[in-house]
Ligand binder design. Structure first.
Ligand code: NAP
Length: 264
């Protein structure tokens, strides 16, 4: 199956986890890839493991350095001439109680997970609008739909993405731009290792929920299906997906369950 043959797909956070798995999945389906993240050697490994017929451009940068975003976009346009799909995947998580989290850590989570994402999106958009087509994909989280303990700033950053991209979807629909918000549940990646504690240090632990989480390659395949179907929103998760429906149908029950979740 080559549903994305010759499409130019830009994936941020492609050096590990879901982004890495997305690179392999898009590569198998014939896409040309732009892979971004900070760790250049990891990106090189990912490129070496891409087996598809498409070309791969590595573009390492820190998503919080928003001053460089227009230069990065210019480099992609120079190389491939267009961006068909931007997958905003780069992100970090949190493992700390709200009252023990320094405000600068709250800000850091917003810089990476929200401002970095909307800045890159705004830099890519003029080129999509010029062509009258393009697809903006955002890797949010189930925690973009409801909150759990130890993730206050993380949940806030993901909820903010839904507000921004729901509005943008409505603004751009008639101009040929599609927006897909992906909400994964637990996925077996490095996310909890790099999650920030209240003082800004790294958590450095693979949490049990993450260790038992979905295989990132399965997650990536399901994300590609949602993108192909141009879904507005997709929940890619195990039983934790129930939280979405409880929030709508029985919010009191969800709040009761969330209070009793094991703290991790
Ligand atoms: N795993 C889960 O259970 C889960 C569930 C729901 C949603 N998500 C979301 O999925 C996305 C991917 O996370 P993951 O689970 O695959 O974790 P991961 O393995 O830790 O991957 C995170 C990626 O983001 C990149 N990144 C982090 N900070 C960055 C920065 N300042 N600038 C540029 N790139 C940066 C990392 O690359 P470098 O360190 O090389 O920069 C890495 O490639 C995140 O948005 C996360 O919130 C994950």
């Amino acid at each position: 199956m080559e549903r994305f043959r010759e499409k130019v797909v830009w994936i941020t956070g492609a050096s590990s986890g879901i982004g890495e798995a997305l690179a392999y999945a898009f590569s198998r389906e014939g896409a040309h890839l732009v892979l971004s993240a900070r760790r250049t050697e990891r990106l090189e490994q990912v490129r070496a493991n891409c087996t598809g017929p498409g070309k791969v451009l590595l573009l390492p940068f820190d998503i919080t350095q928003t001053d460089c975003h227009s230069t990065m976009v210019a480099a992609v346009i120079e190389h491939f001439g267009q961006v068909d799909i931007l997958v905003n995947n780069a992100g970090i998580s949190q493992r700390s109680l709200a009252q023990e989290t320094l405000l600068e850590v709250d800000r850091r989570l917003m810089e990476v997970n929200y401002f970095g994402v909307i800045s890159l999106t705004k830099a890519v958009l003029p080129f999509m609008l010029q062509r009258g087509r393009g697809h903006l994909v955002v890797i949010s989280s189930l925690l973009g739909k409801f909150g759990i303990p130890l993730r206050s700033a993380y949940c806030a950053s993901k909820h903010a993405l839904h507000g921004f991209f729901d509005a943008l979807r409505a603004e751009l629909h008639d101009q040929g731009i599609r927006v897909t918000l992906i909400c994964p549940g637990w996925v077996r990646t490095e996310v909890s290792m790099h999650a920030l504690r209240g003082d800004g240090s790294e958590h450095g632990i693979v949490d049990p929920s993450i260790a038992k989480g979905m295989d990132p390659n399965v997650c990536a395949r399901r994300i590609l299906n949602a993108i192909h179907k141009r879904k507005a929103e997709a929940y890619i998760a195990g039983p934790e997906k129930l939280g979405i429906y409880l929030k709508r149908l029985a919010p009191g029950l969800l709040h009761w369950i969330v209070r009793r979740l094991p703290i991790q």
